[in-house]
Design a protein around this ligand. Sequence first.
Ligand SMILES: C[S@@+](CC[C@H](N)C(=O)[O-])C[C@H]1O[C@@H](n2cnc3c(N)ncnc32)[C@H](O)[C@@H]1O
Length: 299
Amino acid sequence: MSSRPEAPRKSAKASFDTLYDRPHPARYFSALRPLEYNIPAYAQPVIESCVSALAELRRKSKITLLDLCSGYGVNGGLLKYDVSMDELYELYDDRGAKPNLAQRISQDREFLENRQRTDRDIVVVGQDIALNALNYAQSVGFVDATIKANLERRHLRGNEARLVSEVDLVTVTGGLSYIGSATFERVLSAVRQPPWILFFPLQHKPVYEIRDMIGSFGLDIEDAPRPVPQRRFKDERERRAILAETKQDATAPRDWPFGSYLEAKLCLARPAADIRALPLRRLLSDAFDAGSHGAESAA
Ligand SMILES: C[S@@+](CC[C@H](N)C(=O)[O-])C[C@H]1O[C@@H](n2cnc3c(N)ncnc32)[C@H](O)[C@@H]1O
């Protein structure tokens, strides 16, 4: 195991913590929209490709996905519904009339009503510490089941462990500042069959312990050759603070180009035999040839 420092740790990154556990995602989306938070949109075609490949390789008609730090269930939403991140930003626009929560959720459901995708059998399990966010995700069908647990601090309990045992694919977008190797250890100890893990660490914050933990369960990790933008820096102050932090951190990559965006790296962990059957390069070109969201920068 590596003795290098590990996330989660205190960061110069701007905090949006107060927006993570509202009964409705409007405030979260309205804060992140001007920052072009788009990592779920980048992830989505890759998740789709992973789901199709897993169904084929495992000869399964139903694929179970565990979305760690799922928040309001965006990853599940983009997968289960025919909607784009831009449409969700529009749906959750916080300006104008403010209907009450029940009206708002029923408007959301109305919008989503004819968008449900029925072409694949996918079960999405959302895990987070934010109960209100998980409840929202389930109420609009973005996730099928929820695990409200801080797996940095405690083990999976009865029904939670049963849900995780079925998991084929684990995803994390925007969550690796909050969870570390303990969460991965608990998940990987509970699965019946080694899952694929798609995760997006920030480019300036390598996650050595998480990688080591994943490796200790027999999974190999491939990194996409190019980073993808996670979001714009909140302001110049955040940009400078992160740059200063990066300079003090002996483990941070020296060649990181410091532009206007926080950048993330697409990483996919899988059993070696699955990598041989479908190398990341081919999986990514399948994902982006399918013409989804222009996340080609990772390929
Ligand atoms: C930036 S949001 C990302 C949400 C979602 N994945 C997305 O891309 O929109 C970070 C999420 O991590 C959750 N979180 C914070 N600490 C956590 C923990 N220990 N375990 C699980 N989730 C956590 C927050 O509640 C929040 O929903």
